[in-house]
Design a protein around this ligand. Structure first.
Ligand SMILES: [Zn+2]
Length: 260
């Protein structure tokens, strides 16, 4: 059985001049800011230190990494934090080490400027997006999961409302390149598509539940949309996972007032 999973083989992609993403199951990026480099997210496996440091050196030379930005503080985004501190004296920036206000914080270099801005409520309370205006690139951490309902919190009226609202703000960046925490790179089109999908899912599942359908019947009655079938691991398990999260929320009376 051949595999076409795009994340299985790590690949270093150039997003812009001096701007690289190592795309894999966990993504890490390094950006030439001019006098220094800035890293976004720091992977799950500490044993990738040598490979990542070699890749940074071969693309940016000896430029020191001054900042490591974590989109949030889940362990699978922080494994190399300590290595960057040790090697470069890098400063670790996330909502725990140095909380940013709602308007965020700019990192200024002679070559680029980068904005880290809180966008809480989609995945965790401390989610941040990282915007690189020169390249129209936006890091979204685990806010976007190629079809996953990203909420760590329970799905319900309040969390669904906040999720949709925050997505609206994230989409407003109108990024050309969207870099999720995991898997293939995306675009703003997929962010918008996911919101539509989420709303559609809530409506369809609500109707199916009101008709007394079982989980099995719901899975059969609501297949993955054709245009999303190629999304990373979507047909494999994410669509079904999303269906069951929504069904559970509806059955437990948590998704009652929120109207997509
Ligand atoms: Zn996470």
């Amino acid at each position: 059985m051949g595999t076409t999973d795009p994340a299985e083989t790590p690949r270093v992609l150039a997003v812009g001049d001096g701007f690289f993403v190592r795309q894999a199951v966990d993504n890490i990026a390094w950006i030439d800011m001019g006098e220094f480099a800035l890293v976004v997210d720091a992977l799950e496996q500490p044993q990738l230190e040598k490979e990542v440091f070699d890749a940074i050196r071969s693309t940016l030379g000896d430029k020191p990494v001054r900042y490591v930005l974590n989109t949030h503080t889940h362990y699978d985004h922080m494994a190399l934090n300590a290595a960057f501190q040790q090697r470069f004296g890098a400063e670790i920036i996330n909502q725990r080490t140095s909380p940013a206000g709602p308007r965020g914080r700019w990192f200024e270099g002679s070559r680029r400027r980068v904005l880290m801005q809180p966008a809480p409520g989609c995945h965790t309370e401390e989610d941040c997006v990282v915007w690189v205006p020169q390249d129209k690139a936006l890091f979204v951490g685990d806010i976007f999961g190629w079809g996953l309902i990203p909420l760590e919190a329970e799905l319900g009226n309040e969390s669904a409302r906040l999720l949709a609202q925050t997505y609206g703000r994230v989409i407003e960046f109108a990024a050309s390149v969207v870099i999720p925490g995991h898997g293939p790179l995306a675009t703003t089109a997929e962010l918008s598509r996911w919101v539509k999908y989420f709303h559609w899912l809530c409506r369809e599942v609500r109707q199916a539940c009101s008709q007394g359908k079982t989980d099995r019947q719901i899975t059969q009655a609501i297949p993955p949309p054709d245009d999303m079938k190629a999304w990373w691991r979507f047909v494999l398990w994410k669509h079904e996972d999303s269906l069951s999260k929504v069904a559970r929320a509806i059955r437990h009376g948590r998704l009652t007032t929120w109207e997509p």
